[in-house]
Design a protein around this ligand. Structure first.
Ligand code: TXA
Ligand code: MG
Length: 351
Protein backbone atom coordinates (compact mmCIF):
# COMPACT_ATOMS: atom_id res chain seq x y z
CA UNK A 1 0.00 0.00 0.00
CA UNK A 2 1.25 3.50 -0.82
CA UNK A 3 1.15 5.63 2.35
CA UNK A 4 0.27 9.24 1.50
CA UNK A 5 2.06 11.92 3.54
CA UNK A 6 0.49 15.32 4.06
CA UNK A 7 2.37 18.20 5.69
CA UNK A 8 0.32 20.66 7.70
CA UNK A 9 1.44 23.70 9.70
CA UNK A 10 -0.44 23.40 12.96
CA UNK A 11 -0.27 27.17 13.50
CA UNK A 12 -2.23 28.06 10.34
CA UNK A 13 -5.80 29.34 10.64
CA UNK A 14 -8.79 27.43 9.26
CA UNK A 15 -6.99 24.09 9.07
CA UNK A 16 -10.37 22.45 8.64
CA UNK A 17 -10.65 23.69 5.06
CA UNK A 18 -7.13 22.62 4.03
CA UNK A 19 -7.11 20.09 1.16
CA UNK A 20 -4.68 17.89 3.14
CA UNK A 21 -7.13 17.68 6.06
CA UNK A 22 -10.10 17.17 3.76
CA UNK A 23 -8.32 14.33 1.92
CA UNK A 24 -7.27 12.65 5.15
CA UNK A 25 -10.83 12.99 6.54
CA UNK A 26 -12.23 11.52 3.34
CA UNK A 27 -10.01 8.44 3.73
CA UNK A 28 -11.24 8.04 7.33
CA UNK A 29 -14.83 8.17 6.03
CA UNK A 30 -13.90 5.44 3.56
CA UNK A 31 -12.82 3.27 6.51
CA UNK A 32 -9.10 3.66 5.85
CA UNK A 33 -6.49 4.16 8.58
CA UNK A 34 -4.74 7.54 8.92
CA UNK A 35 -2.07 8.64 11.44
CA UNK A 36 -2.32 12.15 12.86
CA UNK A 37 -0.64 14.25 15.56
CA UNK A 38 -2.23 14.87 18.95
CA UNK A 39 -0.80 16.92 21.83
CA UNK A 40 0.51 13.69 23.44
CA UNK A 41 1.76 11.33 20.70
CA UNK A 42 0.77 10.49 17.11
CA UNK A 43 -2.45 8.46 16.89
CA UNK A 44 -3.50 5.85 14.33
CA UNK A 45 -7.09 6.76 13.52
CA UNK A 46 -10.01 4.87 12.01
CA UNK A 47 -13.80 5.16 11.99
CA UNK A 48 -14.80 3.84 15.44
CA UNK A 49 -18.20 2.75 14.09
CA UNK A 50 -16.80 0.37 11.50
CA UNK A 51 -15.54 -3.15 12.29
CA UNK A 52 -13.68 -3.20 9.01
CA UNK A 53 -11.88 0.11 9.70
CA UNK A 54 -10.97 -0.76 13.31
CA UNK A 55 -9.69 -4.21 12.30
CA UNK A 56 -7.16 -2.42 10.06
CA UNK A 57 -5.69 -0.61 13.09
CA UNK A 58 -5.08 -3.89 14.95
CA UNK A 59 -3.55 -5.44 11.85
CA UNK A 60 -1.21 -2.53 11.03
CA UNK A 61 0.09 -2.30 14.63
CA UNK A 62 0.18 -6.02 15.35
CA UNK A 63 -1.89 -5.17 18.42
CA UNK A 64 -3.47 -7.90 20.60
CA UNK A 65 -7.25 -7.93 20.04
CA UNK A 66 -7.98 -7.79 23.80
CA UNK A 67 -6.46 -4.31 24.16
CA UNK A 68 -9.21 -1.70 23.66
CA UNK A 69 -8.80 1.65 21.89
CA UNK A 70 -9.51 5.24 22.88
CA UNK A 71 -12.30 7.01 20.96
CA UNK A 72 -11.37 10.56 19.97
CA UNK A 73 -14.05 13.22 19.53
CA UNK A 74 -13.93 16.91 18.62
CA UNK A 75 -16.83 18.16 20.75
CA UNK A 76 -18.59 17.36 24.00
CA UNK A 77 -21.90 16.91 22.15
CA UNK A 78 -20.51 13.70 20.59
CA UNK A 79 -20.01 12.11 24.02
CA UNK A 80 -23.66 11.40 24.76
CA UNK A 81 -23.88 9.30 21.59
CA UNK A 82 -21.20 6.98 23.00
CA UNK A 83 -22.03 6.57 26.71
CA UNK A 84 -25.06 5.57 28.83
CA UNK A 85 -24.56 8.48 31.24
CA UNK A 86 -21.93 10.93 32.42
CA UNK A 87 -20.95 10.28 36.08
CA UNK A 88 -21.02 13.33 38.38
CA UNK A 89 -17.26 13.20 39.11
CA UNK A 90 -16.41 13.16 35.40
CA UNK A 91 -17.95 16.59 34.75
CA UNK A 92 -15.39 18.76 36.59
CA UNK A 93 -12.58 16.67 35.09
CA UNK A 94 -13.93 17.22 31.58
CA UNK A 95 -14.38 20.94 32.28
CA UNK A 96 -10.86 21.31 33.62
CA UNK A 97 -8.86 19.10 31.22
CA UNK A 98 -10.72 18.73 27.91
CA UNK A 99 -9.49 19.28 25.32
CA UNK A 100 -6.33 17.74 26.76
CA UNK A 101 -4.30 14.66 27.69
CA UNK A 102 -7.03 12.99 29.78
CA UNK A 103 -8.98 9.88 28.73
CA UNK A 104 -12.10 8.99 30.70
CA UNK A 105 -13.72 5.55 30.89
CA UNK A 106 -17.54 5.51 30.78
CA UNK A 107 -20.25 2.84 30.52
CA UNK A 108 -20.72 2.44 26.80
CA UNK A 109 -23.95 2.82 24.91
CA UNK A 110 -24.64 -0.46 23.21
CA UNK A 111 -23.93 -0.39 19.48
CA UNK A 112 -22.34 3.08 19.55
CA UNK A 113 -18.93 1.88 18.38
CA UNK A 114 -17.51 -1.32 16.89
CA UNK A 115 -17.05 -4.13 19.42
CA UNK A 116 -13.41 -4.26 18.29
CA UNK A 117 -12.84 -0.79 19.79
CA UNK A 118 -13.85 -1.87 23.29
CA UNK A 119 -12.46 -5.43 23.05
CA UNK A 120 -15.63 -6.92 24.50
CA UNK A 121 -15.75 -4.59 27.57
CA UNK A 122 -18.96 -2.79 28.55
CA UNK A 123 -17.01 0.44 28.94
CA UNK A 124 -15.56 2.89 26.44
CA UNK A 125 -12.54 5.22 26.70
CA UNK A 126 -13.04 8.74 25.29
CA UNK A 127 -10.97 11.90 24.95
CA UNK A 128 -10.93 15.28 23.18
CA UNK A 129 -7.34 15.93 22.07
CA UNK A 130 -5.84 19.40 22.37
CA UNK A 131 -4.14 19.70 19.00
CA UNK A 132 -5.37 21.93 16.15
CA UNK A 133 -4.58 19.31 13.46
CA UNK A 134 -6.33 16.50 15.38
CA UNK A 135 -9.38 18.69 16.04
CA UNK A 136 -9.57 19.84 12.41
CA UNK A 137 -9.36 16.23 11.18
CA UNK A 138 -11.96 14.96 13.67
CA UNK A 139 -14.30 17.81 12.71
CA UNK A 140 -13.82 17.24 8.97
CA UNK A 141 -14.36 13.46 9.30
CA UNK A 142 -17.41 14.09 11.50
CA UNK A 143 -17.01 10.65 13.07
CA UNK A 144 -15.82 9.27 16.41
CA UNK A 145 -12.28 8.13 15.64
CA UNK A 146 -10.66 5.19 17.42
CA UNK A 147 -6.93 5.85 17.75
CA UNK A 148 -4.19 4.04 19.61
CA UNK A 149 -0.66 5.40 19.51
CA UNK A 150 0.69 5.07 15.95
CA UNK A 151 3.60 2.70 16.71
CA UNK A 152 4.12 -0.99 16.12
CA UNK A 153 2.85 -2.80 19.20
CA UNK A 154 5.56 -2.87 21.89
CA UNK A 155 7.61 0.04 20.48
CA UNK A 156 7.78 3.51 22.04
CA UNK A 157 4.91 5.76 20.95
CA UNK A 158 5.69 8.16 18.08
CA UNK A 159 6.31 11.80 18.91
CA UNK A 160 7.48 12.70 15.36
CA UNK A 161 5.92 11.78 12.00
CA UNK A 162 9.23 10.05 11.12
CA UNK A 163 8.64 7.55 13.92
CA UNK A 164 5.28 6.65 12.34
CA UNK A 165 6.94 6.25 8.95
CA UNK A 166 9.62 3.95 10.44
CA UNK A 167 6.96 1.69 11.98
CA UNK A 168 4.02 1.83 9.57
CA UNK A 169 5.02 3.06 6.10
CA UNK A 170 3.28 0.91 3.48
CA UNK A 171 0.83 -0.48 6.04
CA UNK A 172 -1.58 2.47 6.38
CA UNK A 173 -3.38 4.81 3.99
CA UNK A 174 -1.83 8.06 5.17
CA UNK A 175 0.05 10.18 7.70
CA UNK A 176 -0.74 13.80 8.53
CA UNK A 177 2.62 15.30 9.54
CA UNK A 178 1.92 18.21 11.86
CA UNK A 179 5.40 18.38 13.41
CA UNK A 180 6.57 17.03 16.77
CA UNK A 181 3.97 16.46 19.49
CA UNK A 182 4.06 18.44 22.74
CA UNK A 183 3.37 16.48 25.93
CA UNK A 184 5.36 13.45 24.75
CA UNK A 185 3.71 10.79 26.94
CA UNK A 186 0.17 9.51 26.36
CA UNK A 187 -3.02 10.71 28.01
CA UNK A 188 -3.87 9.78 31.59
CA UNK A 189 -6.55 7.05 31.54
CA UNK A 190 -9.09 7.47 34.37
CA UNK A 191 -11.94 5.09 35.18
CA UNK A 192 -14.99 7.15 36.10
CA UNK A 193 -17.44 4.25 36.46
CA UNK A 194 -16.90 3.78 40.23
CA UNK A 195 -17.32 6.08 43.27
CA UNK A 196 -13.74 7.33 43.22
CA UNK A 197 -12.06 8.15 39.91
CA UNK A 198 -9.14 5.75 39.43
CA UNK A 199 -6.03 6.23 37.31
CA UNK A 200 -5.50 3.16 35.11
CA UNK A 201 -2.55 4.68 33.24
CA UNK A 202 -0.59 7.75 34.41
CA UNK A 203 -0.09 10.33 31.65
CA UNK A 204 -0.10 13.98 30.66
CA UNK A 205 -2.50 15.12 33.42
CA UNK A 206 -1.11 14.32 36.88
CA UNK A 207 -2.90 12.85 39.90
CA UNK A 208 -2.10 16.05 41.80
CA UNK A 209 -3.72 18.23 39.11
CA UNK A 210 -6.88 16.10 39.16
CA UNK A 211 -7.06 16.05 42.95
CA UNK A 212 -6.94 19.84 42.97
CA UNK A 213 -10.19 19.74 40.97
CA UNK A 214 -12.18 16.81 42.44
CA UNK A 215 -10.48 15.66 45.63
CA UNK A 216 -9.55 12.00 46.10
CA UNK A 217 -8.27 10.15 43.05
CA UNK A 218 -7.10 6.52 43.36
CA UNK A 219 -4.35 4.79 41.42
CA UNK A 220 -4.85 1.25 40.13
CA UNK A 221 -2.08 -0.97 41.58
CA UNK A 222 -1.25 -2.32 38.11
CA UNK A 223 0.28 1.07 37.24
CA UNK A 224 2.87 0.53 39.98
CA UNK A 225 3.47 -3.25 40.11
CA UNK A 226 3.41 -5.77 37.26
CA UNK A 227 -0.03 -7.37 37.31
CA UNK A 228 -1.68 -10.19 35.34
CA UNK A 229 -5.10 -8.64 35.05
CA UNK A 230 -4.91 -4.85 35.13
CA UNK A 231 -8.14 -2.89 34.70
CA UNK A 232 -6.63 -1.25 31.64
CA UNK A 233 -5.81 -4.26 29.48
CA UNK A 234 -2.98 -2.44 27.69
CA UNK A 235 -0.99 -2.18 30.92
CA UNK A 236 -0.12 -5.88 30.89
CA UNK A 237 1.89 -5.79 27.68
CA UNK A 238 5.58 -4.93 27.35
CA UNK A 239 5.70 -1.48 25.93
CA UNK A 240 7.85 1.41 24.93
CA UNK A 241 10.90 -0.83 24.71
CA UNK A 242 14.05 -0.12 22.71
CA UNK A 243 15.53 -3.22 21.03
CA UNK A 244 18.44 -3.60 23.51
CA UNK A 245 17.47 -4.71 27.02
CA UNK A 246 17.06 -1.79 29.38
CA UNK A 247 17.77 -1.64 33.12
CA UNK A 248 16.86 1.12 35.53
CA UNK A 249 19.79 2.12 37.71
CA UNK A 250 19.33 3.50 41.18
CA UNK A 251 22.50 4.80 42.78
CA UNK A 252 25.26 7.40 42.59
CA UNK A 253 26.73 8.29 39.22
CA UNK A 254 30.22 7.06 40.25
CA UNK A 255 28.76 3.62 41.02
CA UNK A 256 26.81 3.63 37.75
CA UNK A 257 29.94 4.50 35.77
CA UNK A 258 31.78 1.54 37.34
CA UNK A 259 28.93 -0.72 36.28
CA UNK A 260 29.17 0.67 32.72
CA UNK A 261 32.98 0.21 32.69
CA UNK A 262 32.62 -3.41 33.78
CA UNK A 263 30.18 -4.20 30.97
CA UNK A 264 32.27 -2.41 28.36
CA UNK A 265 35.37 -4.34 29.46
CA UNK A 266 33.34 -7.45 28.65
CA UNK A 267 32.93 -6.12 25.12
CA UNK A 268 29.34 -4.90 25.43
CA UNK A 269 28.10 -1.70 23.80
CA UNK A 270 26.33 0.36 26.44
CA UNK A 271 23.79 3.17 26.16
CA UNK A 272 22.83 5.51 29.01
CA UNK A 273 19.67 7.57 29.45
CA UNK A 274 20.56 10.35 31.85
CA UNK A 275 19.29 13.69 33.13
CA UNK A 276 21.05 16.93 32.13
CA UNK A 277 22.47 17.03 35.66
CA UNK A 278 24.60 13.89 35.08
CA UNK A 279 24.74 13.21 31.31
CA UNK A 280 28.12 14.90 30.82
CA UNK A 281 29.69 12.73 33.50
CA UNK A 282 29.06 9.34 31.83
CA UNK A 283 31.44 7.60 29.41
CA UNK A 284 29.59 5.00 27.33
CA UNK A 285 28.88 4.13 23.67
CA UNK A 286 25.84 6.43 23.56
CA UNK A 287 24.75 8.83 26.31
CA UNK A 288 21.42 10.61 25.80
CA UNK A 289 20.36 13.60 27.86
CA UNK A 290 16.59 13.68 28.29
CA UNK A 291 16.50 16.99 30.16
CA UNK A 292 16.75 18.44 33.63
CA UNK A 293 15.25 16.70 36.65
CA UNK A 294 13.80 20.10 37.53
CA UNK A 295 11.65 20.14 34.39
CA UNK A 296 9.84 16.81 34.19
CA UNK A 297 7.52 18.14 31.45
CA UNK A 298 10.58 18.48 29.23
CA UNK A 299 11.78 14.97 30.20
CA UNK A 300 8.33 13.60 29.22
CA UNK A 301 8.49 15.54 25.94
CA UNK A 302 11.91 14.01 25.07
CA UNK A 303 11.45 10.49 26.43
CA UNK A 304 10.19 8.50 23.42
CA UNK A 305 12.50 10.29 21.00
CA UNK A 306 15.41 9.15 23.17
CA UNK A 307 14.15 5.57 23.55
CA UNK A 308 13.89 5.33 19.77
CA UNK A 309 17.31 6.92 19.22
CA UNK A 310 18.95 4.03 21.12
CA UNK A 311 17.75 1.67 18.39
CA UNK A 312 20.02 3.38 15.86
CA UNK A 313 23.21 2.65 17.84
CA UNK A 314 23.37 -1.18 17.93
CA UNK A 315 23.67 -1.39 21.70
CA UNK A 316 23.79 -4.50 23.89
CA UNK A 317 22.40 -2.88 27.04
CA UNK A 318 20.86 0.41 28.10
CA UNK A 319 21.01 1.85 31.61
CA UNK A 320 18.42 4.47 32.50
CA UNK A 321 18.45 6.76 35.51
CA UNK A 322 15.29 6.96 37.59
CA UNK A 323 13.26 10.13 38.17
CA UNK A 324 10.86 11.51 40.78
CA UNK A 325 7.32 10.15 40.48
CA UNK A 326 5.74 13.49 41.33
CA UNK A 327 3.42 15.13 38.79
CA UNK A 328 4.09 14.04 35.22
CA UNK A 329 7.11 12.13 36.62
CA UNK A 330 4.64 9.33 37.48
CA UNK A 331 4.01 8.82 33.75
CA UNK A 332 7.71 9.05 32.88
CA UNK A 333 8.64 6.42 35.48
CA UNK A 334 5.70 4.17 34.49
CA UNK A 335 6.98 4.16 30.88
CA UNK A 336 10.62 3.63 31.92
CA UNK A 337 9.65 0.74 34.21
CA UNK A 338 7.72 -0.88 31.39
CA UNK A 339 10.48 -0.27 28.85
CA UNK A 340 12.86 -1.98 31.31
CA UNK A 341 10.45 -4.84 32.02
CA UNK A 342 10.70 -3.70 35.69
CA UNK A 343 14.40 -4.65 35.86
CA UNK A 344 16.26 -2.39 38.28
CA UNK A 345 19.87 -2.52 39.52
CA UNK A 346 20.35 -0.84 42.90
CA UNK A 347 23.63 0.33 44.42
CA UNK A 348 22.58 -1.05 47.78
CA UNK A 349 22.49 -4.53 46.25
CA UNK A 350 26.27 -4.31 46.00
CA UNK A 351 26.46 -4.41 42.20
O1 TXA B 1 -2.47 10.02 24.41
C1 TXA B 1 -3.08 9.00 24.09
O2 TXA B 1 -3.90 8.46 24.85
C2 TXA B 1 -2.82 8.40 22.70
C3 TXA B 1 -3.28 9.41 21.65
C4 TXA B 1 -3.14 8.89 20.24
O3 TXA B 1 -4.59 9.81 21.93
N1 TXA B 1 -3.47 7.15 22.54
C5 TXA B 1 -3.06 6.03 23.20
O4 TXA B 1 -3.78 4.90 22.89
O5 TXA B 1 -2.14 6.01 23.98
P1 TXA B 1 -3.28 3.43 23.23
O6 TXA B 1 -4.19 2.54 22.49
O7 TXA B 1 -1.85 3.31 22.92
O8 TXA B 1 -3.57 3.27 24.75
C6 TXA B 1 -4.91 3.19 25.21
C7 TXA B 1 -4.95 2.71 26.64
C8 TXA B 1 -4.57 1.24 26.75
O9 TXA B 1 -3.80 1.05 27.93
C9 TXA B 1 -5.94 0.55 26.84
O10 TXA B 1 -5.88 -0.69 27.50
C10 TXA B 1 -6.73 1.60 27.64
O11 TXA B 1 -6.29 2.83 27.12
N2 TXA B 1 -8.19 1.47 27.43
C11 TXA B 1 -8.90 1.72 26.30
N3 TXA B 1 -10.21 1.45 26.50
C12 TXA B 1 -10.34 1.04 27.79
C13 TXA B 1 -11.44 0.61 28.58
N4 TXA B 1 -12.68 0.57 28.11
N5 TXA B 1 -11.19 0.24 29.87
C14 TXA B 1 -9.93 0.30 30.36
N6 TXA B 1 -8.84 0.69 29.65
C15 TXA B 1 -9.04 1.05 28.38
MG1 MG C 1 0.10 2.74 22.82
Amino acid sequence: MNTIQWHVDKNEDKLFSYPQIQQAAHLLQENEVVAFPTETVYGLGANAQSDQAVAKIFKAKGRPADNPLIVHIAQLSQLELLVTHIPEKAVPLMNAFWPGPLTLIFHKKSGAVSEFVTAGLDTVAVRIPDHPVALALLTAANLPIAAPSANLSGKPSPTHANHVITDLNGKIAGIVDGGPTGVGVESTVVDCTGDIPTILRPGGVSKEEMEAVIGQVDVDPSTIYPHDKPKSPGMKYTHYAPTAPMYLIDGEKEWAQQLINQKRLNGLRIGVLASSETARYYKADLVLDCGSRHDMHNVAHNLYYMLRAFDEASLDMIFAETFSKEGVGAAVMNRLEKAAGHQMIRQSEGQ
